[in-house]
Design a protein around this ligand. Structure first.
Ligand code: SAM
Length: 283
């Protein structure tokens, strides 16, 4: 049976209709699965956290390649199927919970694995892609990488170069914590049901050390969020409207950095945001 036939068979056997509210789009293309596994560079020493295993298509392959797979799935119907399929694998652990509520840090501490041997792999539910990625990065988990399928448009934003095309607040966050790369574009007909838009696999290699030096990380992210809150506003208005500083202070900072007063946040590099945040810490 190929993956397409297996997916159809499982959906029929368990009377499954994909739940749109849970972002269920099942992957049915073998080559994509192998590309995900290869770009995650999985070895027999690795612990893999899979988010949203669904019917278990990716899980099946992960179980062959990794030391252990911890799969986190919210939908009870899926957990029944996953248990039926994989309960006899001694390297399989299933957590039936909303991934956003799982204490991943505590879970990983209990596993006592080296950072280099912990990887996150997923075909993410699209309705919560951003909160999941933010949680994985901001929790500063001891992990080597995150390899995930997301909507193509989101992938472009996550992997954009800060200050260039397609930049959003999350671009800076991703680049601060990791080195992102685009792996492959996946057409929508490689899923059941087919989503409205194409998808893309991306790989985030977690940095051991941030690329900029900050006096206070919190101020850096506050400044970035404020500048992207109102996209068409200038940086001066963004900072003032978010009560980070007065317009006068913002103007002084831009003058100090030799930047024009009409500068908008999305044109700034990571280093320039770091400079602004560090000057604000001195005020
Ligand atoms: N991995 C499967 C595949 O590639 O065919 C399914 C991927 S599907 C895009 C997303 C999966 O995430 C679904 O199984 C869905 O039930 C699950 N999911 C949705 N919200 C979740 C959440 N908050 N926590 C954990 N899993 C969730």
């Amino acid at each position: 049976m190929n993956i397409y036939e297996e997916t159809k068979f499982l959906m029929k056997k368990y009377n499954i209709t994909a739940n749109k509210n849970l972002g269920q789009n099942f992957l049915i293309e073998n080559s994509v699965i192998h590309t995900i596994l290869d770009s995650a560079k999985i070895s027999k020493e690795d612990l893999i956290i899979e988010i949203g295993p669904g019917l278990g298509t990716l899980t099946q392959e992960l179980l062959q390649r990794a030391k252990k797979v911890i799969a986190i799935e919210l939908d009870e119907k899926m957990t029944t199927i996953l248990n039926d399929r994989f309960h006899f694998y001694d390297n399989f652990q299933l957590i039936h919970q909303d991934v956003l509520k799982v204490d991943l840090k505590a879970m990983l501490q209990a596993e006592q694995m080296q950072r280099k041997q912990v990887k996150i792999v997923a075909n993410l539910p699209y309705y919560i892609t951003t909160p999941i990625i933010m949680k994985l990065l901001e929790d500063k988990l001891p992990i080597e990488s995150i390899t995930v399928m997301v909507q193509k448009e989101v992938a472009e934003r996550l992997t954009a170069i800060p200050g260039e095309k397609n930049t959003g607040a999350i671009t800076y966050c991703v680049s601060y914590y990791s080195e992102p790369t685009e792996v492959m574009v996946v057409p929508n007909h490689f899923f059941i049901p087919a989503p409205q838009v194409d998808s893309e696999v991306i790989h985030l290699e977690i940095r051991e050390k941030p690329p900029v030096t900050l006096k206070k990380e919190e101020i850096f992210f506050k400044v970035i969020k404020a500048s992207f809150m109102q996209r068409r506003k200038t940086l001066i208005n963004g900072l003032a409207n978010s009560n980070i500083c007065t317009k006068e202070t913002a103007k002084e900072i831009l003058n100090k950095m030799n930047l024009p007063e009409h500068t908008r946040g999305e044109t700034l590099s990571m280093e320039q945001f770091a400079q602004i945040a560090n000057i604000l810490c001195e005020e």
